[in-house]
Design a protein around this ligand. Structure first.
Ligand code: NAP
Length: 345
């Protein structure tokens, strides 16, 4: 062992995933310095094993024990790399908590991340899923992503065009065995206008008496909304939205809308339509469903919940049944947002 990392065998993961599934990892490496990654990954016992980067574990479902190396990124450095008084470039280590980082940027007067306040997880996870909320995606503020490339066995710096960002998607998500994100560089503009397309945010701000809000006030509104609408993982195990909103061809969206006038449909890229997955799931009667300790939140139909001791397999079974019933009724196949370990969805 060195100061840069520690390695544990047969490590319990129940407290390391927000669905609170009692899985274990064959090895768990806590790495405090990304420069140690080549040494850790190059150890003989890890050469041919699966590697999983696990931060707050807020976007993962373990359906089996993890027979490989779980890597916990414990480096959290944040620094301003350039600032012209209007736009600043800020580089944050992958292990920094996301919401604490958002707070830090707002305290510096930097705008851009306020709609993404209170999203669980670490900075390093943000580009992987291209996290998004209330009309903003993190890619809008990303200047570069630094990562360890396991295929090339070297560090890489990717500009946004090389990151392959899509809706809750990226090149890092499509090749999870290849990339270990080590840092993200953001470009944040002090003069960026607030993004208030989502009715919920505008209503919350109106209620706060802030029709012309500062970025910090937008973040405050988003936090209040999220706290009210989403179950707290400290109270009931969950991984936030478990299903992505399906993006379907415009004709199918129009057909579904004609047959179901209350179905929310939003314009998406290339003229296709984004449907509300929560609406589809609720229409099939799943909201508040519970079987043993596995279920769907009564607060929000997108959220798979573990009321206590549900296994990953039980949670997966509920999720699959939700998908099957939505597909049978609407002909639309939902996809999970979290990474599923040990099963193909
Ligand atoms: P909501 O405001 O009840 O809206 C339901 C869905 O409709 C959302 O998923 C959103 O899609 C879409 N939508 C609403 N207004 C829209 C607009 N003006 N233009 C385009 N699409 C619109 O949603 P919610 O469930 O409470 O979530 C609020 C926001 O937080 C959403 O952006 C959601 O993605 C985000 N969120 C993310 C997670 C997660 O785990 N990733 C968990 C909870 C909430 P989008 O999802 O594409 O925005």
């Amino acid at each position: 062992m060195t100061d840069a990392f520690t390695i544990e065998r047969d490590a319990p993961l129940a407290a390391r995933n927000t669905l609170r599934v009692a899985a274990t990892a064959r090895w768990l490496a806590s790495v405090r310095d990304p420069a140690a990654l080549p040494e850790v990954l190059g150890r003989r016992e890890f050469r041919d094993v699966a590697v999983l980067v696990l931060g707050e574990g807020s976007n993962v479902l373990f359906t089996v024990d993890f027979d490989g190396l779980v890597l916990f990124p414990a480096w959290r450095d944040v620094r301003v790399v350039a600032d012209d008084g209007r736009v600043a470039r800020v580089r944050a280590g992958a292990g920094h908590g996301w919401d604490a980082f958002v707070d830090w940027t707002l305290a510096q007067g930097l705008a851009g991340l306020e709609n993404l306040a209170l999203i669980p997880g670490l900075v390093g996870a943000a580009p992987i899923q291209n996290i998004g909320a209330y009309g903003v995606e993190v890619r809008e503020c990303i200047a570069a992503v630094e990562a360890w490339d396991r295929r090339a066995a070297g560090f890489a710096r990717l500009d946004p065009s090389a990151c392959g960002f899509g809706y809750r998607d990226s090149a890092f998500r499509r090749e999870p065995e290849r990339w270990i994100v080590t840092a993200v560089e953001f470009e944040l503009d002090r003069t960026r206008a607030p993004r208030l397309e989502y009715a919920g945010v505008r209503e919350e701000l109106a209620g706060m008496g802030s029709p012309r809000p500062t970025p910090a006030q937008v973040a405050q509104a988003v936090r209040a909304l999220r706290r009210r609408k989403l179950p707290d993982p400290a109270v009931v195990g969950n991984a936030g939205s478990f299903f992505k909103n399906p993006v379907v061809p415009a004709e199918l969206a129009a057909q579904l809308r004609a047959a179901n006038p209350a179905l929310p449909v939003y314009p998406a890229a290339d003229g296709s339509g984004k449907l509300s997955a929560a609406w589809l799931i609720e229409a099939c009667g799943w909201r508040g469903f519970r079987e043993g300790d596995a279920g769907i939140s009564a607060q929000h139909a997108l959220v798979l919940v573990n009321h206590g001791h549900a296994s990953g397999a039980q949670l997966l079974d509920v999720a699959r049944r939700v998908v099957a019933s939505v597909e049978a009724r609407f002909g639309v196949r939902l996809e999970p947002e979290p990474r599923i370990i040990g099963a193909d969805f």
